[in-house]
Design a protein around this ligand. Structure first.
Ligand SMILES: [Fe+2]
Ligand SMILES: [Fe+2]
Length: 257
């Protein structure tokens, strides 16, 4: 697990997680733009370059974090705009791409989350442990269920057993998402304490998400060795495993980062 061992939670590590997330999205999207869409491909290439440069700066840890967040904030907003524009075109059948609309929306939501986490850091805002648990579960469990759907999307039909396994896991995460949504309204703000029901739910999610991360990394190995019949980008599974890792770490620390 290369990223797990050096997954740092200092300010640079937090910025790096979000910048890499959007940078990877750009790279994955690049593979799915038709050659009929040269303008879109060029605009997306430009975003990959910009986000890639910021990612390198973040890893070098030599630039002031405040300046880095500012730069990342601008680039993410611009990338968000490109994705929103593309999704709108796609819903009108006016663009030739093979990325499903819900996957574009998935990336848009993560870009929005990036911007709001950066804002939180910039303003030094505090989120109570209970609010953090509610928010992380509500935001990320939908993403986790989506990831499983996208594994299905890329997996060749011939993987019958794997398709069954992924379908069962999708159902599990869809249920967890529904429960997160129920708790979000049942436990109303102001949320001054972590109620036992919320803590119990969170512990269950931590356990399931660790298992999901392990599953994604297992599949990642197979895909990287070209031993699974799939059209998935080679490092997509590592990307979504990193997001699973991010979720359970935030739940354990009771933070939004
Ligand atoms: Fe992502
Ligand atoms: Fe994701």
């Amino acid at each position: 697990m290369p990223y797990t061992d050096d997954y740092e939670r200092d300010i640079y590590g937090i910025i790096a997680f979000w910048v890499q997330n959007n940078y990877d999205h750009g790279r994955f999207f690049d593979r799915e733009i038709s050659h009929h869409e040269m303008e879109l491909a060029r605009a997306n290439q430009h975003m990959i370059q910009r986000l890639g440069t910021i990612f390198e700066k973040t890893k070098s840890k030599t630039v002031d974090p405040g300046a880095l967040i500012n730069e990342a904030q601008h680039a993410t907003n611009e990338f968000h705009g490109l994705l929103v524009y593309t999704l709108d075109k796609s819903l009108r059948c006016e663009t030739i791409i093979s990325t499903p609309q819900s996957l574009l929306d998935h990336m848009i939501r993560e870009a929005e989350e990036t911007v709001s986490v950066f804002k939180l850091i910039q303003t030094g805002g505090r989120v109570s442990p209970a609010d953090a648990i509610i928010h992380e579960n509500y935001f990320w469990l939908r993403q986790m269920a989506d990831h499983l759907s996208y594994i299905t999307h890329y997996l060749d039909t011939s993987n019958y057993e794997l398709h069954d396994q992924v379908r069962n896991m999708t159902k599990k995460f869809e249920n967890l998402f529904l429960q997160a949504n129920a708790l979000r309204t049942m436990i109303r703000p102001p949320r001054k304490e972590v109620l036992p029901a919320l803590d119990g739910f969170s512990q269950m999610v931590i356990k399931e998400t660790k298992a999901l991360e392990a599953f994604k990394l297992e599949l990642d190995e197979l895909i990287k060795q070209c031993a699974a019949v799939t059209t998935s980008p080679p490092d997509l599974l590592e990307h979504i495993a990193r997001e699973a890792h991010h979720l359970w770490r935030n739940l354990e620390d009771r933070v939004v980062l």
